[in-house]
Ligand binder design. Structure first.
Ligand code: PBG
Length: 327
């Protein structure tokens, strides 16, 4: 590369059209997956720590999702706010074919068949202790949990779910879920594994949204979610999930973990997704509400940064707002 003054990198920054011409990465509406919370009652419920995000009742879910589809959103991720009375030690409501998430899935697929539906597989929205698996002696046990997760995945596929997203971080669950889906005739249902999911404090607002915060209390998920200090371990998690049959892998949270996204994409060249989690959204929204940051600008910048890091797509509570700007 020639040096200054032959080379002037500012030359290509001179005009908007020129900057656009040499832009390396692009954000498209089809990159976005919109997470939606389902309310158990008849009313919409706002979530104080997630301004602009509501829990949507079943009666409104199909209309809400078709409006998002009109903006160009192609995939939604559903999360149920299970009523407290239905939560139990063994999280059996997760296996109910008529539970909130399965009813929402069926309603969405009936009203907008061309919209993809992604459902989490994990027990935390259904367990009285707020953990993602079964608790014995205060420890989340692996293999017994995996058995239930397999049944949860099949029930969700029966309701019409297109993408099963295990978010529980149990060992071996992707392979077992793949076989369970195949045996039940769901060879076409894909798996997006939350492969590198960290034990993060950025999930706070989500746990309020699904009501697992109170159940979890002062507990944490550090015996199954990853230590935020680790990167090599993330590569091992991803490698195992790919070998077990994951179709797509995910990193979560997003913004503080861009190095993880980048390493995974470079090493595996595999469909790689990132979850801009509730705490990231809350942080940007709070600063914008105070006038400390330009909300739309930081939203678009943060989403584009995920693409630059190597993500193929992004789960984000900003999906609709970003889609409106992308036009
Ligand atoms: C449940 C799950 C969590 C999130 C997605 N699925 C929370 C957790 O693991 O405690 C977090 C999403 C967010 O914060 O937006 N297993």
């Amino acid at each position: 590369m020639p040096h200054y003054p032959q080379s002037r990198l500012r030359r290509l920054r001179r005009w908007p059209w020129l900057r656009d011409l040499v832009q390396e990465h692009h954000l498209r509406t089809s990159d976005l997956i919109w997470p939606v919370f389902i309310a158990s009652g008849a009313e919409r419920e706002s979530i104080p720590s997630l301004p602009g995000v509501s829990r949507i009742p079943l009666s409104q879910i199909a209309a809400e999702v078709s409006q998002a589809a009109d903006l160009g959103i192609r995939v939604v991720a559903l999360f149920p706010a299970t009523p407290h009375a239905l939560k139990s030690e063994d999280a059996r409501e997760a296996l109910n074919p008529d539970n909130l998430i399965n009813r929402a899935t069926a309603l969405i697929k009936a009203a907008c068949p061309s919209i993809g539906v992604l459902c989490d597989v994990a027990l935390d929205p259904y367990s009285s202790h707020g953990h993602d698996g079964l608790l014995y002696d205060d420890y989340v046990v692996n293999d017994a949990t995996v058995e239930i997760l397999c049944r949860q995945a099949v029930v969700q596929a029966q309701a019409g779910c297109d993408i099963i997203a295990p978010s529980d971080m149990m060992d071996g669950r992707v392979g077992r879920i793949r076989s369970a889906l195949d045996h039940a005739g769901f060879q076409q249902v894909s798996i997006m594994a939350y492969s590198a999911k960290y034990a993060s404090a950025f999930y706070g607002p989500f746990r309020q949204a699904v009501g697992s915060a109170a159940s979890l209390g002062s507990g944490d998920k550090k015996t199954y979610q990853m230590n935020p200090a680790n990167l090599e371990e993330a590569l091992r998690e991803v490698e195992l999930d790919i070998r077990e049959g994951a179709d797509m892998v995910m990193v979560k949270p997003g913004m503080p973990y861009l190095d993880v996204v980048s390493r995974i994409k470079q090493q595996f060249q595999f469909p790689t997704f990132v979850y801009q989690v509730s705490g990231e959204y809350a942080m940007l929204m709070a600063a914008a509400a105070n006038g400390w940051l330009d909300g739309p600008a930081v939203m678009m910048e943060s989403l584009l940064a995920f693409k630059r890091a190597g993500a193929d797509g992004i789960l984000t509570y900003f999906a609709r707002d970003a889609a409106r700007i992308l036009g």
